[in-house]
Write a protein that binds this ligand. Structure first.
Ligand code: SF4
Length: 489
């Protein structure tokens, strides 16, 4: 609750977040540790194997790429088989109870692999274990976990790992409660060769009343524009075809910087770089999605014609209780403005069903908004209480069954809309990015600028290329297509 109190204080008497830049000396010390661990690993009879298991959002995927980068520097190779791993790192998520239960279930199963291989080390990190009650749970119920560290310790991973590997050290639990730190220059081992995550900021200042993110990820801090642009240039030079800008609320990028750069400026700068590539971003808070953002999207040909704009509820009382900072009407106006500039823009959103006290009538406002705005895709979640958030202590007279009924109804409405919207693409020709191989031999997956999933037939050599394709079929989830140009053209 500490941060919630700080934000309340901001309204009358500003309390500025304490954001610190990690110094070059501190990072050099971590690099020295990596070199020492690498030397020790090189002296072992076999190269040690690590398995990094990631839960949750793209931000966590991106953090895991840094964990893998540091592990590679420390002499580890990677495996997908937990039984043969010398080191298991579980990067956890706290956004919903379900994600925590899944991670805990899988950590529970690791007791067997550790029993079969007692020298195996098990590490837990990420949002779930930034919460004190979860660290207590791990301490008491998972005695075979060797190292637990929170989100603020990511750049200290080498030092913590070295301490854990030292003989006769007890279990290690580290999770500083701080507003946040900025750091640059950690090694990254990217998971893919077509799409690259590019974090532009971390943390969140919004304190939506149901959300645990500001408590576990700290205050907003933007990376310096020159660091982001240098990384984007590098990624494009390395052949990445989709630059995915990440932040809890990308629309507030730059507010904590002195130079006046904002997110729209960043989009323009990356759009001006040479080459054929898509620029995507996630997530946009509706209250900060400005006309300037939509104008910029419309003017930048490499920025995908897709915006993910979570509305969460169509009812104004519920939106107030969620502390979202906009009304249903404001949201509708923003969507109308975006569509007036980009009639073909794909719109996706998140919605929470069953927020504490949400009545049937209030839920109907959500259904109405969904019917009116016709989202291309909707990520629908049943409300999940999060310890320490204001919403978790609100009275809630509605049963799980009643909420589930609403959830199912909304899903039905959205499935119908998705089917209709998807079918309208059949016959169109799109420039698509082929981003991977499908489940069947000879099948490829691709994305259009509208971020639609497309299946087509073709050679794996096409992965990582842009092609023109005609849409030949659809279902509520994906499209099928045929290439217009021949392979190798
Ligand atoms: S803006 Fe997003 S991350 Fe931030 S508090 Fe709200 S829901 Fe959570």
């Amino acid at each position: 609750m500490l941060y919630f109190i700080a934000i309340k204080a901001e309204k009358g008497n500003p309390v500025l977040p304490q954001i610190r830049n990690v110094t070059e000396e501190e990072l050099a010390a971590q690099r020295a540790v990596m070199a020492r661990v690498a030397e020790e690993n090189a002296a072992r009879s076999a190269q040690p194997l690590a398995w990094v298991d990631t839960y949750g959002c793209q931000q966590n995927e991106s953090d895991s790429e840094k964990l893998r980068g540091m592990l590679r520097e420390m002499g580890y190779a990677f495996t997908e088989q937990e039984a043969e791993a010398d080191l298991i790192v579980v990067n956890t998520c706290a956004v919903r109870g379900h994600a925590e239960l899944r991670a805990l279930g899988n950590v529970g199963a690791l007791s067997h692999t550790k029993r079969a291989k007692p020298e195996q080390k098990i590490v837990l990190c990420g949002c779930m274990v930034q919460q004190e009650h979860m660290r207590e749970k791990i301490k008491n119920s998972f005695p075979y976990v060797d190292l637990v560290f929170g989100t603020n310790e990511l750049w200290r991973f080498p030092e913590l790992l070295e301490r854990m590997l030292a003989p006769h050290r007890g279990r290690i639990f580290e999770a500083r409660q701080i507003d946040g730190e900025r750091f640059e220059g950690l090694p990254v081992e990217r998971a893919g060769s077509v799409r690259a995550w590019l974090p532009i900021m971390s943390g969140c200042n919004n304190f939506c009343s149901y959300c645990v993110v500001p408590y576990v990820r700290g205050r907003e801090r933007s990376r310096r524009p020159e660091d982001i642009l240098a990384e984007a240039r590098q990624l494009i030079g390395d052949g990445y075809k989709e630059i995915f800008l990440l932040g809890q609320n990308v629309n507030s990028y730059g507010r904590d910087l002195d130079g006046g750069e904002d997110f729209a400026w960043l989009l323009k700068e990356i759009n001006a770089m040479e080459g054929e590539f898509f620029i995507r971003f996630m997530t946009s808070h509706p209250k900060d999605a400005t006309e300037r953002l939509f104008d910029t999207m419309a003017a930048c040909e490499k920025v995908e014609r897709h915006i993910h704009l979570p509305f969460q509820s169509g009812n104004d009382r519920v939106l107030r209780a969620m502390n979202r900072g906009y009304t249903g009407e404001i949201y509708r106006k923003k969507v109308a403005y975006a569509r007036s500039l980009m009639p073909d823009v794909a719109l996706t959103s998140d919605v929470i069903v069953g927020f504490p006290g949400e009545t049937d009538g209030e839920f109907e406002d959500t259904v109405r908004l969904v019917e009116d705005l016709r989202f291309d895709m909707l990520f629908t979640f049943l409300y999940s209480p999060r310890v320490g958030t204001p919403a978790a202590s609100l009275p809630d007279p509605f049963t799980k069954e009643e909420k589930q009924k609403r959830f199912d109804r909304l899903l039905q409405v959205q499935n119908r809309i998705s089917l209709e919207l998807q079918a309208a693409h059949v016959g169109n020709v799109y420039r698509i990015l082929i981003d991977g191989e499908g489940d069947r031999p000879g099948q490829l997956t691709a994305r259009s600028s509208h971020n639609r999933l497309i299946h087509l037939e073709g050679s794996p050599a096409l992965v990582g290329t842009f092609r023109d394709a005609a849409i030949t079929g659809s279902n509520s989830y994906s499209l099928s297509a045929e290439l217009r140009d021949k392979e190798g053209d």
